[in-house]
Design a protein around this ligand. Structure first.
Ligand SMILES: O=c1ccn([C@@H]2O[C@H](COP(=O)(O)O)[C@@H](O)[C@H]2O)c(=O)[nH]1
Length: 280
C-alpha cells in the first residue's frame, strides 16, 4: 500500500524535527570548501552535504538550479544526491519550481512526482502562477504515487510582494488564494495533506492565514536571508503543524567537515525544538 507523503513527512518530523536543510551548491560555497568549480567539485560538495545533513534532519531540499548549471553532469549528481539523502534516512524535497500549461505540466509531473518519476524525490516545488488549476493533474498524480507538492504562495524574496500581495476582486490576496486552493486538496486528510505551500519566514506577520491549510508549510528565508527563530514564531506561531523552516547557506558554510555540518544542523534543530517547547 502506498503511504501518503503527508503521513511520511509527519513521521519524519516526529522522529527528527522540522528543519529542512537545503543543498544549494553556490559556486562561492564550493570554492570555500576547497573544491574545484567543476562537476567533480559539485559532486564532492553535494554528496558530502547530503550524507551529513541527511543523517540529522527530516527533509533535505536540493536546489535543482545549482546542479543544472553544470549541465547533464550536474543533473547526474543531483540524482545521486537524492539517493544519498534517502540512504541517510531523510526525505527529499526537490526545489525546481516548475509550472506551465496543463499539458506541459503533465511532463513535469512525469519527471518529478508521478509514479515511477524520472527523479525519485518525495516532493517537488511548483509554481501556481499559470493558474492553480494548471497544477491539478500534478496534485492527483503526486497523491497517487505517495508524493507531495509545495506550491509557491508568498515567497521570501522582496520582489514578490507586489504580485503575491495584490488583492483579487474577492478581497483575498493572490498568496491567500493559493493557500486556500491548496487547503481544498488537503481537507479532511490526517495527520495532514500532501499539498504544501511555500511561505517565506521573511514575510510580515499576518500576511497569510494558514489556519485551514492542513498541509506542510515550507518556510525558506530562515538563516542567510535574515529570518530568525523569533521571526518564525511571529509569522507562523509557536506550533503550526507541518511548518518546515528551511535553511541552506547558513548550514553549508560549516562544511566541508562532516561533523561540523552535522553539529550545525543539530544546533538549529535544537533551537527549533526550543521554540516549540518554550514558545520562543
Ligand atoms: O520563497 C522562496 C522559495 C524558495 N527559496 C529557495 O530556498 C533556498 C534559500 O536558501 P538560503 O541559502 O537558506 O537563503 C534557495 O534554494 C531558494 O531558491 C527561497 O529562498 N525563497
Amino acid at each position: 500500500m502506498t503511504v501518503r507523503f503527508g503521513a511520511r513527512l509527519a513521521a519524519a518530523v516526529a522522529a527528527r524535527g522540522p528543519l529542512c536543510a537545503g543543498i544549494d551548491p553556490h559556486p562561492g560555497l564550493i570554492e570555500s570548501w576547497g573544491l574545484p568549480l567543476d562537476a567533480s567539485g559539485l559532486e564532492r560538495f553535494a554528496l558530502g552535504a547530503a550524507e551529513a545533513l541527511g543523517a540529522v534532519v527530516s527533509i533535505v531540499k536540493p536546489q535543482s538550479a545549482f546542479f543544472e548549471a553544470f549541465g547533464p553532469a550536474g543533473v547526474a549528481v543531483l540524482e545521486r544526491v537524492i539517493d544519498t539523502v534517502h540512504d541517510a534516512g531523510a526525505l527529499v524535497l526537490l526545489d525546481v519550481k516548475r509550472g506551465d500549461i496543463g499539458s506541459t505540466m503533465a511532463a513535469y509531473t512525469a519527471a518529478y512526482v508521478a509514479e515511477k518519476a524520472a527523479f525519485t524525490a518525495d516532493a517537488a516545488t511548483v509554481s501556481p502562477y499559470l493558474g492553480f488549476g494548471s497544477l491539478d493533474s500534478a496534485v492527483a498524480a503526486a497523491r497517487e504515487a505517495g508524493n507531495g507538492l509545495f506550491v509557491l504562495a508568498r515567497t521570501s524574496n522582496p520582489e514578490a510582494h507586489a504580485l503575491q500581495s495584490a488583492r483579487l476582486p474577492d478581497g483575498r490576496t493572490v498568496a491567500q488564494s493559493v493557500v486556500d486552493a491548496a487547503a481544498e486538496h488537503n481537507a479532511g486528510v490526517e495527520p495532514y495533506g500532501d499539498v504544501g505551500v511555500v511561505v517565506g519566514a521573511t514575510v510580515a506577520p499576518g500576511e497569510v492565514d494558514l489556519a485551514r491549510l492542513n498541509g506542510p508549510v515550507l518556510a525558506p528565508g530562515f538563516g542567510a536571508q535574515g529570518a530568525t527563530v523569533a521571526d518564525l514564531h511571529a509569522v507562523f506561531g509557536p506550533d503550526l503543524p507541518g511548518l518546515l523552516p528551511a535553511s541552506s547557506r547558513e548550514l553549508l558554510r560549516h562544511g566541508p567537515d562532516a561533523d561540523a555540518l552535522r553539529r550545525a544542523a543539530q544546533r538549529v534543530a535544537d533551537q527549533l525544538a526550543g521554540m516549540r517547547e518554550n514558545g520562543l
